[in-house]
Design a protein around this ligand. Structure first.
Ligand SMILES: [Zn+2]
Length: 356
């Protein structure tokens, strides 16, 4: 079977032929005999990637293999896959955890959710946040379709996200994807999914500007701000959805949730915290915060321009943009561009293909 290999060194997606022999998985690039992997099947970990795909990894190896789920299952003989089994396991732990939190949690949920959103987010079991986030992501993608076009574009974006997340202590696998939406914004969903709109990618003039936005969203994920926002807007309904989830009402609940979430506004303190953290994440990858300063600066100047109203969406959910641009400019240093010129062009074009 075929798949895509990311070697962990470059952002290139290698088309590979995958083989399985004597309990080992091999992948060999079609274009280059020197690029490939050879992993023991039992050490291969599966994680959800884009729709219908797995991202396969092994230990500390930076390489990742992306395969379609159904052929992979048939090929590897992993029937009901490891993820599904793990998922059921955590669910019991999760429910036990919630019952354990019991009366205290219920009291906070029904009495003081907005105030308790911070602590509640911190107590939320990561498995619950992940599950809840994937519901929300599915709903988001009904309204905002993923950018299609050249699949290397999606890979370049996702790799940039992975790189920026390297310095992050997030409990979640960061997955950055582009979606088609008629406004300039980016969303950090609970559980690590980050959605960047095609309009935002179009508005970004350099890969450093885009990297700044992604780093900022990663910070929201790491600090579980998205989970706080979810608790704040949904409260008890969220808990019910989580426990009852999968039942008939769950989808509807998620729609409501996605609707409210598209409007998410984090407090000024949380935004400042996310910016400060983003500056660290950029620095760790030797990316200048000049991009952050430029992007915020432009968004701030455009908010009153009716022709660029769509660009002001970011501004609407991210107040004090001008001040934040100043802060980023103050610490801007030289760096290495977040992406090569070639990769940046591929990424920009990937979304433009489907632009209205
Ligand atoms: Zn933000």
């Amino acid at each position: 079977m075929e798949g895509l290999l990311y070697d962990g060194l470059t952002s290139r997606a290698w088309r590979v032929e995958i083989g399985l022999q004597a309990g080992r998985v091999t992948a060999q690039a079609l274009d280059d005999p020197h690029v490939g992997i050879d992993w023991p099947l039992e050490e291969v970990r599966e994680a959800a990637h884009a729709a219908g795909r797995y991202r396969l990894t092994r230990g500390d190896d930076d390489a990742r293999l992306v395969v379609e789920i159904q052929p992979w299952r048939a090929f590897s003989g992993r029937s009901a896959n490891a993820i599904a089994r793990r998922g059921r396991g955590t669910e019991w732990g999760l429910i036990a955890g919630l019952v354990g939190a019991g009366a205290t949690l219920a009291a906070v949920v029904f009495v003081g959710v907005p105030r308790a959103a911070g602590p509640l987010a911190a107590w939320t079991p990561p498995a619950l946040e992940a599950r809840f986030g994937s519901n929300m992501e599915a709903q988001f993608k009904v309204a905002f379709r993923p950018c299609k076009g050249d699949p290397s574009g999606a890979a370049i974006l996702s790799d940039l996200g992975d790189r920026l997340a390297e310095g992050s202590t997030s409990a979640f696998d960061i997955r950055v994807q582009a979606v088609r939406a008629p406004f300039v914004n980016a969303f950090a969903l609970p559980g690590g999914a980050i959605l960047v709109t095609d309009d935002l990618i179009a508005q970004a003039r350099t890969s450093d500007e885009l990297a700044a936005v992604i780093a900022h969203e990663i910070a929201h994920v790491e600090r579980r701000h998205a989970m706080q926002a979810a608790w704040r807007s949904m409260g008890a309904g969220l808990l019910l959805d989580a426990v009852v989830g999968g039942g008939t009402g769950a989808g509807q609940q998620a729609v409501l949730l996605a609707g409210g979430f598209a409007d998410q506004r984090f407090s000024r303190d949380l935004e400042t915290e996310a910016d400060a953290r983003a500056i660290q994440l950029l620095g760790a990858q030797d990316i200048s915060t000049r991009g952050m300063a430029d992007f915020f600066g432009r968004m701030a100047n455009r908010k009153d321009d009716p022709r660029l109203r769509r660009a002001a969406e970011w501004f609407a959910t991210h107040p004090d943009t001008a001040e934040r641009a100043h802060r980023a400019a103050a610490v801007a240093a030289h760096g290495t561009p977040a992406l090569s010129e070639a990769d940046w062009r591929v990424l920009k074009a990937a979304c433009q293909v489907v632009r209205r």
